[in-house]
Write a protein that binds this ligand. Structure first.
Ligand code: I24
Ligand code: DGL
Length: 278
């Protein structure tokens, strides 16, 4: 047993889809969620930049005291998971392996699609993980950079979004996939349009959801579950960006009021700010 909080890091607000699932599946646990809104999105950034930012977030939460770290962002998982696993003395769980294993469980025809940001797709980590588990799979790896913008511009329920989703996913039509991994924090919001575009025979895998099922197993295996009733369900949100806009999205999404939100200034942001003031 261990009553320290679980840390969740993300490039911004998208990882709240993972936090929501965590609150649902792990009601006894407490959470620190850190979103790097000042430097979001990560999807088109250079790999080394993503590594640097992700390590800064992980170090920040390590200093606060956490018992396990979840990397909710697929782009950050693709770039930095191995580095974090080597660096940190606690379990570090990314979203790519759990999503891959769930897809392997679901597929019947061995044709699996993966969609994500440019960083995630170009890393090739999903196909690598999938093929390492099972070598007879056919993987279609497709980046959908427009999707994050649709969600962040609050256009994800519009006709425009439906058209873009259908167009961007068109290359998957001929691939005969029966399973699609949603390899990005934001894509669960576009699920209805993605399902219509691909047809009801395609099973959609929400990698965030699968990750929390994995976290549950790890907590159990390592006897890290929280037992304290005192810190039951405590949630603390941290952002490098604007407090008010972060708070309003989080409260609406999580259906909670008066969440504790704090501003964080990370190493290299501090550096950039002082450069500006010179
Ligand atoms: N959804 C996301 N990002 C945004 C947004 C959104 N604005 C409206 N909605 N903005 O991601 C990103 C930039 N902001 C972030 C906060 O600081 C300032 C800059 C998806 C979040 C999924 C949990 C639509 C919206 C909302 C409330 C809940 C859910 C949602 F307003 F999709
Ligand atoms: N969180 C990112 C991901 O899951 C999407 C947003 C971004 O590009 O930062 O890949």
């Amino acid at each position: 047993m261990n009553n320290l909080p679980i840390g969740i890091i993300d490039s911004g607000v998208g990882g709240l889809t993972v936090l929501k699932e965590a609150i649902k599946q792990l009601p006894q646990e407490s959470f620190y969620y850190l979103g790097d809104n000042a430097r979001c999105p990560y999807g088109n950034r250079d790999k080394n930049e993503v590594i640097k930012y992700t390590v800064e977030m992980a170090d920040y939460l390590m200093n606060k005291g956490i018992k396990l770290l979840i990397v909710a962002c697929n782009t950050a998982t693709a770039a930095a998971l191995d580095i974090l696993k080597k660096k940190l003395p606690i379990p570090v769980i990314g979203v790519i392996k759990p999503g891959s294993l769930a897809a392997i469980e679901k597929t019947k025809n061995k044709n699996i699609g993966v969609i994500g940001t440019k960083g995630t797709i170009d890393s090739g980590l999903y196909p690598f993980m999938l093929k390492a588990e099972r070598d007879d799979l056919n993987i279609s790896n497709l980046s959908c950079p427009e999707f994050v913008t649709l969600v962040e511009n609050n256009e994800y329920k519009t006709d425009k979004a439906k058209k873009i989703v259908t167009k961007v996913l068109a290359p998957l039509e001929s691939k005969n996939i029966d399973t699609l991994i949603l390899g990005c924090t934001h894509y669960p919001l576009l699920k209805p349009f993605i399902q219509v575009a691909l047809g009801s025979h395609v099973k959609l895998v929400d990698s965030g959801k699968e990750t929390i099922s994995d976290v549950k197993k790890v907590l159990d295996q390592m006897s890290l579950e929280s037992t304290s009733n005192l810190n039951q369900n405590q949630i603390k949100l941290l952002t490098t960006g604007n407090l008010d806009s972060f708070k309003s999205i989080a409260e609406e999404w999580l259906n909670l009021h008066d969440i504790n939100v704090e501003k964080v200034i990370l190493g290299s942001i501090k550096g950039e700010e002082s450069k500006e003031n010179e």
